[in-house]
Design a protein around this ligand. Sequence first.
Ligand code: ADP
Ligand code: MG
Length: 697
Amino acid sequence: MDDWSREAVSTLKGVGPRLQEKLARLGIRDKQQMLFHLPLRYEDRTRITPIGALQPGQTAQFEGEVLQAAVSFRRGGRSRRVLLVKVGDDSGILTLRFFHFSAAQQKLMEKGAWLRGFGEVRMIAGAAEMAHPEIQPIDPTHPPPLPQALTPVYPTTDGLHQQGLRRLMRQLLDELADKGLQETLPEDWLVEQGLPAVSDALLRLHNPRDAADVRRIQAVRHPAQRRFIVEELAAHRITLLQRRAELAALPAPRVEGGQALQQALQAGLPFRLTGAQQRVIDALMGDFARGRPMLRLVQGDVGSGKTLVAAMAALPVIDSGYQVALMAPTEILAEQHARNFAEWYTPLGIEVVLLTGSDKGRRRAQKEGLIESGQARMVIGTHALFQQSVAFSALGLVIIDEQHRFGVAQRQALRDKAPDGLVPHQLVMTATPIPRTLAMSVYADLDYAQIDELPPGRSPVVTSLIAAAQRPALLERVRAACDNGKQIYWVCTLIEESEALQCEAAESTHQQLCHELPEVKIGLVHGRMKPAQKEAVVQAFKNGELQLLVATTVIEVGVDVPNASIMIIENPERLGLSQIHQLRGRVGRGSEQSYCLLLLGQQPSRQVMERLEIIRDHQDGFVIAEKDLELRGAGEVLGTRQTGEAGFRIADLLRDRALFPLAESLAERLMQPDQVQRRQRLVANWVGDRARFSDIA
Ligand code: ADP
Ligand code: MG
């Protein structure tokens, strides 16, 4: 059957190329997209209010005769003309004020004309006024009929007027009322849930019946909205479940053995695995045994020991004759991983190769040779690993550290480096706590495991808020701590996303601190430094040659210096709570009592203080993430902006959390074999080829 709703908007009467281009700016290309361009709010134009009864603040409709119309000049020059029009009915007089107006508009409002107008009432010196009301000329003996329903107000764009958009929408809604849309959801399910059919729901949202309807819509409680929210959530979930099923059907590298290597690695450690680490390792071994490509997300708070889990998981893969690639988001982190792996793997006779952007020329060619020949069994690097010139001989497992910094394309590129059409196993590690509700729906295509325990002997980091005025006292404390052999991070933040500016800020802070604390050995590390330079500074800090390390948020991920026990974060109000929590995880790794000191900017607002008190009062990444989620929205917390507005048309992961279970049960129902067509339509309608919101796989 032809689906009229998939026709281009240009098939509507009155839509030429220019209007088409404006609609496209609103994301409207076909009729269906236009039907889902829902009103922002509604106006009541079903009644005329007598002018004498207009109330300030009210948005109202009037009818009256123009008693007087005059252009005057505002102070500040000739160009600033104002058109003042006085209209009256039997009950009173209203002034209309226009700061921009055309000659044609002016002509409509000449003395003696009758107008119907709609706008917001203000009282200026006791007299009622409207600025830029919408007006239309009327014949007082035959006024046009009043609308029966509330008037929708749509999101619009430059040069596209509300009235024009509304006229177009009326044409489309007439077509909808006439032809109807094919129902996307099972009818009996809708009846069961008391939710309206697709056409009814759309008509209702564009033209609500009454004020009660509007109140429910505004509270996002209307059955017509709930229907679409649940539908959209279900469509996304189905997409993920399908992708997961597709992946599971593909051949994966066969992984067995490795126990002897794992035991040898453990025997060399100065500590025992935590129960949580062991549980997650067991889960990963279970994934390998299933013979399908593994796709698992492992979440563990900062310091929970994810690196070792990765090292344990990689051994059976290597033992089975495959290579393992570990990707880190920064060079510092890649270098640190390479050091750890070399320490653990070299005694086992496994060759570890580090490949980053700073490997050039001969050295790079040599490393690529090791990877291509298969001699390098464990390959660690940054995004340099994605590059075309890097060819693996037998890639069996890809490990991604700190998932949200890599994009889909990069992950795909690495996956494509596996031999013989095999899909390598994938392990994604993140410190970002994913609230359970989100984990279930956003990551429906991944297996999920959590390292929910920290190694023993860690004491909670004592966190305090320090007012900007107390900076001198803070410096004293820094001096004393350094005297006592302590090591300190000093983290600089900036509002702008600009890395260059952030680095400059760190440089000037570094200079200032060197001046203020001449006896302290102070180092500086930021993203713009040469990799070798960065590495040297971090190493010097690690060796204790530096006492204080000024850094940008580049140290957020990974840097591991157990002796560092104090972290100062300047202007923490600029960071998300989860980000502060991750930074804070850099301290509290040794036996020493650790401190995180949040050095506030000038005059923090109440909200800022409330947010930072959350971080001060909580150590649990999950609690912090939940609160952060409430404050900032899902996209920010997950670090995948696709999750936010861009990914969803109607649903909002945070606002609509309560509807997840319903969406899940709907998705399950639609995954039944007899629902194939419905399922396909649903996914085509809602997800289409837009950015996928779980970008893993
Ligand atoms: P993250 O999960 O933040 O990546 P790391 O893997 O960097 O954490 O581990 C943090 C520190 O904890 C490292 O110094 C690591 O050697 C140490 N560690 C890992 N597992 C254990 C354990 N079971 N017992 C004690 N220390 C451990
Ligand atoms: Mg880590």
